[in-house]
Design a binder for this molecule. Structure first.
Ligand code: BGC
Length: 761
């Protein structure tokens, strides 16, 4: 009887067309018929993610069943079995497949790969593509249809809590890395979701913050990487961000999601919200935000009510549903792929270990301190993080990894003898952290008598400095600077070891930029290992003992101090966090840098600011040393159609094999708009060059890539004139230049994303 009543109720919801005949079952060729057969309630179910029913005992059985598919995944598209739509699984990224352990349910370990800031430090698109292929394979074998990665927001300020999971301060580097990552993952026939579109540059009040940004800075800096990835790799999905841009939630902004993304850039895929982002489901639908994740009942009701009372055109709903169905028919789940839950974890561990070495940046190496000599095989390890490495950051970018190799174990695996006395002292201070709980504990004050004893009994010292940050909260200024204890440790260890005639190397196990200027003269060598995934200690040890030659270069500027960034004037530095601000409140506060953030620096982000103003930096953008040396030949230029093709020969002039990445900066002639002194336009990396070996690298730039955005003209404008193309080893290390004459070029755009209300300062 109950069953009969339910069926009767379902039938009552269907229109005569929908109930006449048998409902079609979805296939790649009948999407329009399926949409015609769907009720508005079914469409709302599809649009709004599976969480709208979370813990709702009244949820229909097929939805309850879908909760059991890949428990721990971040989200799911609801199934609609009546028309053959299966539940589709969305898992987090980017440092691997983020399937989190869930109480009482099966959980699976996933390989923790290096953070994005490390991947971009490789400057190697082929390598990042191959890492993406492996991440995609693992995600697919764990039942994922769409990986919620890569994250490509710009490092506007070093204290943004999520910089670790973003690529760079430069949109060309971030964009090209994103293309490689997306192509790699999607080569497995699963999707990606490039996030967070756009200007999600702080975590403080991220669900409400209003980023007040000029159309020029948006176009040139904050949208550019998205434009590159959309034009060059067609990600299956894009994730809109939490914040507002110029007063409008990104997920509710048709100028962003339709005019720019689809009309101007030609995007064909699906857009989803960030988790619970935005405020009005109907407005999001109209804006072209197809999927509302992870979904609430209110959002579904907005859509149903909107269609019923005529405020939401059902054609818009159908347009969005169509895009979701076009996504679904491509998924492994729809195609009946039987995932194994058993990816090749050993092979993937080897990939993370090797790829991590490629993105580590050697910042200093006086007198060839590194790699360790055979005579240096007894090492004193200082800093509690040496014994308990950070593999990545926290929040949705974290991975449920099986283990993390510490620096201690990595060195032991290379037969380096590590001081056991120090190990005992550090383990008494900090028990290795529980699986999955990576927190920074304050550095242990170290007695100078212990350091002296260690200096007598070891060949050298390594001091590890660690930082960890993540989602929901920005870093504080004290996280950027060394603590007093860390500084003292650095001072004492370097003094005492140097007095004993022994060297000291520093390893930076960090996710973002820290202050280095005040102490970098003390140690003999500094290796930025980043957070290098679960094999971190092995990867660092491979570099320290010389199995691998570092070839990473910085994807961001390391300033002398925090206030040197122009964006420091408008960033929530040490802003007291009111818990209400970390969730979507709808409350109207009016606090600068919390409720609204004025991007006063415009396009002058990162090296565009430091190099234009000639501000001293600790380590410039693009900088990194090697165990060998490279000589650059004179660059040459030729035209290939309208493209400018720059070639440069790079020769290994040192004694060991190594790779060099070369950057191409362009200086524009004086024109109407003010411009940075130079901008990165292309880059390339050599293969492994043996001593004496050389390779010619080719970098291609289209005149359209040289344009700045002219708000008055509402156009991308490439001024005509003589441009200087500079090949460089870093933004401050030019190695050769060629002058190229470029014809003027103007490309009109739509006049959108302007602030409609009075500017707030
Ligand atoms: C994050 C996204 C993530 C999503 C799902 C959000 O809080 O901002 O990056 O993909 O959660 O876990």
């Amino acid at each position: 009887m109950k069953k009969f009543l339910m069926c009767a109720a379902m039938v009552a919801m269907l229109s005569p067309v929908q109930i006449s005949g048998k409902a079609p079952k979805l296939n790649a060729n009948n999407i329009d018929d399926v949409i015609k057969a769907m009720t508005i309630e079914e469409k709302a179910d599809l649009i709004v993610g599976s969480r709208m029913y979370y813990k709702d005992e009244t949820a229909p059985q097929h939805i309850k069943d879908s909760w059991k598919i890949v428990p721990g995944a971040a989200g799911r598209i609801n199934p609609v079995p009546r028309v053959g739509i299966p539940a589709v699984v969305l898992s987090d990224g980017p440092a691997g497949c983020g399937i989190m352990p869930i109480d009482g349910q099966d959980s699976l370990f996933c390989t923790h790969f290096p953070i994005e800031s490390l991947l971009s430090s490789t400057w190697d698109v082929d390598l990042v593509r191959s890492v993406g292929e492996v991440i995609g394979n693992e995600a697919k074998e764990y039942g994922t249809d769409v990986l919620l990665a890569p994250a490509i927001n710009i490092h506007r300020h070093p204290l943004c809590g999520r910089c670790f999971e973003y690529f760079s301060e430069d949109p060309v580097l971030a964009g090209k890395m994103a293309v490689a990552y997306v192509n790699g993952v999607q080569s497995n026939d699963i999707g990606t979701s490039v996030k967070h579109f756009a200007a999600n540059n702080q975590e403080t009040n991220r669900m409400n913050n209003n980023a007040i940004v000029s159309p020029r800075a948006l176009r040139e800096i904050y949208l550019k990487a998205f434009e590159i990835v959309v034009r060059e790799s067609q990600p299956w999905t894009i994730m809109s961000s939490y914040n507002r841009i110029n007063d409008v939630y990104t997920s509710e902004n048709p100028e962003l999601l339709n005019t720019i993304l689809r009309d101007e850039w030609g995007y064909k895929g699906t857009v989803m919200t960030d988790w619970w982002g935005g405020s009005d489901g109907a407005a999001q639908m109209i804006a072209g935000n197809d999927m509302l994740e992870p979904g609430t009942k209110e959002q579904a009701q907005h859509i149903i009510d909107g269609v019923k009372n005529g405020t939401l055109d059902e054609n818009i709903v159908d347009r969005n549903v169509k895009r979701i169905l076009e996504l679904i028919v491509k998924t492994p789940t729809f195609k009946g792929y039987k995932y194994s839950n058993n990816p090749d974890m050993e092979a993937h561990a080897a990939v993370t270990r090797q790829s991590a070495t490629e993105g580590m940046v050697l910042l200093k190496n006086d007198d060839n301190t590194l790699p360790l000599k055979n005579s240096d095989k007894k090492v004193a390890l200082f800093g509690n993080v040496s014994y308990d490495f950070f593999s990545g950051g926290t929040g949705s970018g974290d991975i449920n990894r099986p283990y993390v190799v510490s620096l201690l174990d990595g060195l032991k695996n290379q037969n380096v003898i590590v001081d056991d006395n120090l190990k005992a002292i550090y383990s008494a201070y900090s028990k290795p952290q529980e699986q999955g709980e990576q927190v920074r504990i304050s550095e242990m004050p170290m007695d100078t008598a212990i350091i002296k004893y260690a200096a007598q009994n070891n060949d050298m010292a390594i001091v590890t400095i660690g930082r960890i940050s993540g989602e929901y909260i920005d870093r504080v200024a004290s996280d950027f600077f060394l603590s007093d204890t860390e500084y003292q440790l650095m001072k004492d260890v370097t003094r005492i070891f140097h007095e004993a005639g022994k060297k000291v190397a520093v390893v930076l196990n960090v996710g973002g930029v820290i202050e280095t200027k005040s102490w970098k003269d003390m140690p003999d060598a500094i290796l930025l290992s980043w957070q290098a995934g679960q094999e971190g200690g092995n990867s660092v040890a491979d570099i320290l003992v010389g199995n691998a030659n570092p070839s990473g270069k910085l994807p961001n500027t390391w300033p002398v101090t925090l206030s040197d960034h122009k964006s420091s004037l408008n960033f929530p530095i040490d802003q007291k966090i009111d818990r209400r601000w970390s969730v979507k409140t709808g409350l109207k506060h009016d606090v600068k840098n919390v409720d609204y953030t004025v991007y006063d620096e415009g396009i002058y982000v990162g090296y565009r600011w430091f190099d234009t103003e000639d501000i001293d930096v600790s380590f410039p953008f693009g900088y990194g040393l090697s165990y060998t040396t490279f000589e650059y030949g004179k660059p040459t230029v030729k035209r290939d159609g309208e493209n400018v093709v720059v070639e440069v020969n790079v020769k290994n002039t040192g004694k060991v094999a190594g790779k060099e990445s070369v950057q191409l900066y362009v200086e524009a002639p004086k024109g109407k708009l003010d411009k940075p002194v130079h901008e990165l336009k292309a880059f390339a990396k050599t293969g492994l060059l043996q001593p004496g070996e050389s390779q010619t690298l080719t970098m291609t730039v289209n005149p359209a890539d040289l344009a700045s955005y002219d708000e008055e003209e509402v156009a991308w404008v490439t001024d005509g004139g003589a441009y200087k193309f500079v090949v460089a080893a870093s933004s401050r290390d030019p190695r050769g230049e060629v002058i190229v004459n470029i014809d003027p070029l103007v490309r009109k755009t739509n006049d959108v994303l302007k602030r409609k209300t009075v500017a707030k300062k």
